[in-house]
Write a protein that binds this ligand. Sequence first.
Ligand SMILES: O=C(O)CCC(=O)C(=O)O
Ligand SMILES: [Fe+2]
Length: 238
Amino acid sequence: MFPASVFADAQALDIKALAHDLNEQGWHVVPQLLSPEQCAALRHNYRCDDRYRSTVVMQRHGFGRGEYRYFRYPLPDPIAQLRTRYYVPLAGLANEWMQRTGKEQAYPADHATFIEQCHARGQQRPTPLILRYRTGDFNCLHQDLYGEVHFPFQMAILLSEPGCDFHGGDFVITEQRPRMQSRAHVVPLGIGDAVIFPVNEAPRDGTRGTYRVKLRHGVSVVRSGERFTLGIIFHDAS
Ligand SMILES: O=C(O)CCC(=O)C(=O)O
Ligand SMILES: [Fe+2]
């Protein structure tokens, strides 16, 4: 069963804090975006086969160890709402970043129009997913680019309680800087917290103008227990 109160009451983004964190720190956390009850409902839903279009066993592809399932269209209401609702403020920042890096591209103001653009380019399969890790599982550093068209930000929501449901299993981001060694971030997350982070690249201000860093994200080894995440990716897959 899905949470009845969908996520219409999910808090609005603090745009200033979002822009500050993504520009200065590289990622932004929205605390308690979902309630523990909503998280439990989503974890429970992992077993409902008819909700998903495909299931990936990560070790078969060298992606790490664990499993994830992509939702099928039509997305359950709460998932669709999260995607359309958080797209809007993020599109504003995305366009600022495009200008800073001298790119012509502009993202439309609403998600439906952006999805039409994905579909027109042959990217028609939905990307929101639920990931499940058990003891010893992990997610290798990666990027969620699913075709030529991609939205520059994505969101992951932790659905399990760290220190209780599982131990280990930290969300990590690495930042590859030009002509410098890479920098790692461990993002502290509680149950229901969302992390918003760049899919591919981020602009940084340097002494000689703006430069670009390349980002990858993943999850360190889950030492014990079971850890679930909801991933919201805004572009569709080819
Ligand atoms: O399980 C996690 O925290 C990472 C999930 C992930 O890779 C994603 O949502 O794209
Ligand atoms: Fe990912």
